[in-house]
Design a protein around this ligand. Structure first.
Ligand code: ASP
Length: 579
């Protein structure tokens, strides 16, 4: 008695065949003496009919939802009026001749059968779902998402293998690799008082592989970042990490868009137009108020700084930037107030409605006449303005743009990719009063800007790029510094003195002095990729065993206290907490 088919694969081509199926009872119903069992496995479900005279009847009468059973029977076509178009096997059923219970099951904490029958799953709180993840993972949506994830990874392997990439594993127990987050530390038992850090990314290892001559590397890599968990972060997450030698920026972008197109075609059957548009950071910020613009809708911002410069309206007259946006709707006071709360920029959100061929309300009397035409504002629409320091202004109006896109239902449908390029190399860190890297300290400055490096660091462009999908950053990378002297200059700029550089990154500097090829690469946030492809709002829906918003795993209850003896072995004593 070996399984002959997956339940979900039984179809009209099997009519009159003897089959053996194994799976879970999705649902059992008694109807006028007949017992109907929807038997389910990962491929779907098939209806099993048990007749009163069947040998299977006594056992079938006993089974409940989620019991595991083996059924032997004959496939028959369903009469036309009983065909169920919502499931793939809906034209057939299996008439049971034998039924064996392989395992009984507790009543599941929440129902999981609906989606398998082509209906909607009831809403269940995420905490409960994560606590009973094994049951949750039986749900159709998660089975689909994890299959999609597999398809994506399989396609990545096929493509990169063909393109001459070699997959190499890099260590988990290692030294700190700075990507702008805190490290997770692992105490060493053999060297008491010393710690490994879990990698925030394989960055330094992949660069060393390039120095070692591997030319093209990739890895589906787990990364660890101890960050404050924003809505959609995981302390451990997955990247597709890759690196290439003897390339320039364009080579990396070109390979990655072909890879993206291949993955979409293979995993979703969707054709992505390539090449992706490229937009500089400055342009993205100016037009969309974001370095990861959602291009599924327009609503572009206008720069109107000069129109107000030196004018009557004091709040705008001297501002570094004044930005405007036309909402294609007459917004109510209340809506404007809500948008105001989103635009946290200095000076808040100013507005005026265009009615009867002129601006009225809000700051109408300060708006220069020619602006209506420049903004292309139409009857009944609302113009919104933000003024202040450039970055703050564009970002706050950018946030308003996104919110409007959401409210007006503009951000829908399709996949809109782009590359954002020419990021600044450095940004000023107010808190610590020094320059800090925008990507990571190994990113190459644009060599055209090299002479500005010490003179005007804020102006230096990086050879760094982000891949953006529907307003989400789904990948980021750069051309690296491959010369030791330049890397040392960069460390100095970041306030990392020679000793500290030697102590933390001596191994990298040494590698660079052994003859490093020019190289560059990228990492994709794989969880986010798959979530976007699956149309899921959260990456937790595409991770088999995720952590919750507090960074805990309600299933295994990690993190958890450890025994005193284990700590003693590690030479660790816990401090009494103050609270
Ligand atoms: N290591 C970088 C990151 O994790 C990616 C890269 O530069 O390739 O963002």
């Amino acid at each position: 008695m070996r399984r002959t088919h997956y339940c979900g694969n039984v179809n009209t081509s099997n009519v009159n065949e003897q089959v053996v199926l194994e799976g879970w009872v999705n649902r059992r119903r008694d109807l006028g003496g007949l017992i109907f069992i929807d038997l389910r496995d990962r491929e779907g479900l098939v209806q099993v009919v048990v007749q009163p005279e069947s040998l299977a009847y006594a056992e079938a009468d006993r089974v409940r939802s989620e019991w595991v059973v083996r059924v032997r029977g004959t496939v028959q076509a369903r009469p036309a009026e009983q065909v169920n178009a919502r499931i793939a096997s809906g034209e057939v059923e299996v008439v049971a001749e034998g039924l064996e219970v392989l395992a009984e099951a507790k009543t599941p904490p929440f129902p999981i059968d609906a989606a398998w029958r082509g209906e909607e799953d009831p809403a269940v709180s995420e905490d409960i779902r994560m606590r009973y993840r094994v049951v949750d993972l039986r749900r159709r949506a998660l089975q689909r998402n994890l299959r999609l994830r597999h398809e994506v990874v399989a396609a990545i392997y096929r493509f990169l293998d063909r393109e001459g990439f070699i997959s190499v594993e890099t260590p988990f127990l290692t030294r700190s690799t700075p990507e702008g987050a805190r490290d997770f530390l692992v105490p060493s038992r053999l060297q008491p008082g010393q710690f490994y850090a879990l990698p925030q990314s394989p960055q330094l290892f992949k660069q060393m592989l390039m120095v070692a001559g591997y030319d093209r590397y990739f890895q589906i890599a787990r990364c660890f970042r101890d960050e404050d968990l924003r809505a959609d972060r995981q302390p451990d997450f997955t990247q597709l990490d890759l690196e290439m030698s003897f390339v320039d920026q364009e080579d990396v972008l070109e390979l990655n868009e072909r890879l993206a197109a291949y993955v979409f075609e293979e995993a979703l059957g969707v054709e992505l137009p390539i090449p992706f548009p490229r937009m500089t950071y400055a342009e993205a910020m100016n037009r969309y108020g974001s370095d990861k613009p959602d291009l599924r809708f327009g609503l572009e911002m206008h720069d109107v700084t000069e129109r107000f410069r030196g004018g009557e309206f004091r709040a705008f007259a001297g501002a570094e930037a004044v930005k405007a946006l036309v909402a294609p709707a007459a917004l109510s006071r209340r809506e404007i107030e809500e948008l105001e709360a989103i635009a946290k920029g200095k000076g808040g959100l100013a507005w005026s409605r265009y009615e009867g061929g002129a601006f009225s309300g809000g700051i109408a009397k300060f708006i220069p006449e020619e602006l209506a035409r420049e903004l292309g504002v139409q009857e009944g629409q609302t113009a919104l303005f933000v003024a202040g320091p450039w970055r703050k202004s564009v970002e706050s109006l950018g946030a308003v743009r996104l919110e409007l896109g959401k409210r007006l239902g503009l951000a829908q449908g399709g996949f809109k990719f782009l590359w954002v390029v020419d990021f600044p190399l450095l940004e000023w860190d107010e808190e610590n009063g020094r320059w800090t890297y925008m990507h990571h300290p190994f990113t190459s400055p644009n060599l055209e800007d090299l002479e500005l490096l010490e003179r005007d660091p804020g102006k230096v462009r990086a050879l760094a790029y982000d891949m953006v999908m529907n307003g989400t950053e789904v990948g980021g990378g750069s051309i690296r510094i491959h010369r030791r002297d330049l890397q040392e200059r960069m460390f100095a700029l970041l306030g990392i003195g020679p000793e500290e550089a030697q102590e933390k990154f001596g191994f990298l500097l040494e590698a660079l002095s052994f003859g490093a090829p020019p190289h560059g690469g990228i990492a994709w946030g794989l969880d986010r990729w798959v979530a976007n492809m699956a149309g899921e709002g959260s990456i937790r829906e595409v991770i088999a065993f995720p952590k919750n918003k507090e960074g805990r795993d309600p299933l295994t209850e990690a993190p958890s206290p450890v025994a005193e003896a284990q700590l003693a072995e590690l030479g660790i004593a816990l401090r009494k907490s103050d609270g």
